[in-house]
Design a protein around this ligand. Structure first.
Ligand code: BG6
Length: 484
């Protein structure tokens, strides 16, 4: 049994676009998430050649309402406090602060909302952890500037980050610059605001957009440290532990390169401050040469000067690499699928559940970077059933989370410095990939269905009582024999 360290940041994580709603209130502008229709086809629609960010009359747009957290955040924070949260990871909706993204003056009403949210957290000794940009680029920046491929966005982001850090930095000590920055390898729509019509299918644009984001991230780190040297800024990546399918050296090499290209590339730049040695190979395999990219000496120096303090990552699943074509069985996953790993079960959405992979991830990241690590997303998207008496039993979610907490405990025993754990969607919210409400992650149930019908009432699931005891016992009481 491992007692988690004093100061370990137990909490939960959300993103503005997936729970706030109030999409047109108090001066907020539209974001790219507002233009994604609901339903399992939303990513396929956004990746189709004729998608142009326009809203169409017969579609639903679940991010417009979210779970109405904009009006109910006090009730939600009180529930987080009741669970004993030490921190709460949320994002600041860029278009609430700069509705179009390219204005020079921020929207005071938007700033005020986060003042109130932060103060509400602090009232309960919950430390805010802010993601500066989480899949919610102002729509205008995607439409008028073609998203992150345009260097103008560095300046707009810098202004946004400066505004956020200077306004909240007296009360907030943890910032993450970009959510899952490496996700652009598979789906640059949400993290770079690139769609096929504006170059999502041209890898040169994706690499240029990444470079622009790396520079913007480095500037944010510098701004935060200049404002208050005790502020810690992290990068944020998707980490999907990857195994070679078998001992075939061909698969082993492919897996090694997959790890470099997907799991490590962005973090290598943000943590070490320079492009890694395999960049040339990675670019070339994507038909891009270093000369194709617009990277100035001043920008490269900035990358060195603005390295992050810690690495945060999401971990939901692992993947397996098989390149000979011998294995035909495939599975879906968090933005990327792959071959089926015969040792693992998958969630109802096909994501392969692998708690041991989290212990491996923590060891791999720690070995590579020697920096503190923060698990800022983890969880099981599942369908919940409300019993006639209103209770929601979710032993499957408890099983998933328990196994992953045990994996973190294992990594702590391995000597890995883990700062905290914020399970994803601590309150049910709109799924990023499918726009569904029925893909639920929360400890708190929200009465809202995929069509947007429901009372929005909140209720505690079985896992709520369980997580409350996990936190109170510093991670030592993990059984589900809690009163509910
Ligand atoms: C992460 C994202 O990839 O996974 C979140 O940072 C997202 O925004 C989460 O919600 C879970 O994915 P999904 O598609 O089930 O909502």
């Amino acid at each position: 049994m491992t007692t988690f360290p004093h100061g370990f940041l137990w909490g939960g994580a959300t993103a503005a676009n997936q729970l706030e709603g109030g999409w047109q209130e108090d001066g907020r502008g539209p974001s790219i998430a507002d233009a994604l229709p609901g339903g399992p086809e939303r990513f396929a629609i956004a990746a189709s050649p004729d998608f142009d960010w326009s809203l169409v009359p017969d579609a639903t747009y679940p991010n417009h309402l979210g779970i109405d957290h904009y009006h109910r955040f006090k009730e939600d924070i009180a529930l987080f406090a009741e669970m004993g949260f030490k921190c709460y990871r949320f994002s600041v909706a860029w278009s609430r602060i700069f509705p179009q993204g390219d204005e020079s003056t921020p929207n005071e009403a938007g700033l005020k909302f986060y003042d109130d949210l932060i103060d509400e957290c602090l009232k309960f000794d919950i430390q805010p952890v802010i993601t500066i940009s989480h899949y919610e680029l102002p729509l205008h920046l995607a439409k008028a500037y073609n998203g992150w491929r345009n260097k103008a966005l560095i300046g707009f982001y810098e202004r946004f980050a400066r505004t956020v850090i200077e306004r909240y930095g007296d009360r907030v000590k943890y910032f993450l610059t970009f959510n899952e920055i490496n996700s652009a390898a598979h789906f640059p729509v949400m993290s770079q605001g690139l769609i096929p019509a504006t170059g999502a299918n041209d890898k040169r644009n994706v690499f240029q957009a990444w470079h622009n984001q790396f520079v913007a991230s480095a500037k944010a780190v510098q701004l935060a440290h200049a404002f208050d040297p005790t502020i810690q800024v992290g990068c944020m990546i998707i980490y999907a532990t990857s195994y070679a399918y078998d001992a075939n050296p061909v698969n082993q090499l492919a897996n090694l390169q997959h790890n470099q290209d997907f799991n490590f590339f962005c973090a290598d730049v943000q943590v070490r401050g320079a492009y890694p040695r395999y960049t040339h190979r990675y670019l070339a395999e994507n038909g891009v040469s270093e000369a194709d990219l617009d990277r100035t000496e001043a920008e490269l120096a900035l990358l060195k000067a603005g390295t992050v303090d810690f690495i945060s990552f999401s971990y939901y699943m692992s993947s397996a690499v098989e390149v000979t074509g011998a294995v035909k069985d495939t599975v879906a996953g968090n933005l990327m699928g792959g071959v089926k790993n015969p040792f693992l079960q998958a969630s109802d959405w096909g994501w392969q559940i692998d708690p041991t992979g989290l212990r491996i991830a923590l060891n791999e990241l720690s070995d590579r970077y020697q920096k503190p690590l923060f698990v800022v997303e983890n969880g099981l998207g599942a369908k919940d059933v409300v019993e006639p008496d209103g209770r929601i039993f979710d032993p499957y979610r408890i099983d998933y989370l328990r196994a992953h907490i045990e994996a973190i405990a294992g990594a702590l025993r391995d000597g890995v410095p883990v700062m905290g754990y914020t399970p994803w969607g601590c309150i049910d919210l709109v799924s990023a990939s499918t726009g569904q409400m029925s893909k639920r992650y929360g400890f708190i149930y929200v009465d809202l269905d995929d069509a947007g019908h429901g009372t929005l009432a909140r209720s505690r699931k079985q896992s709520f009582a369980w997580y409350q005891r996990v936190i109170a016992s510093k991670g030592t009481l993990l059984d589900d024999d809690v009163m509910y």
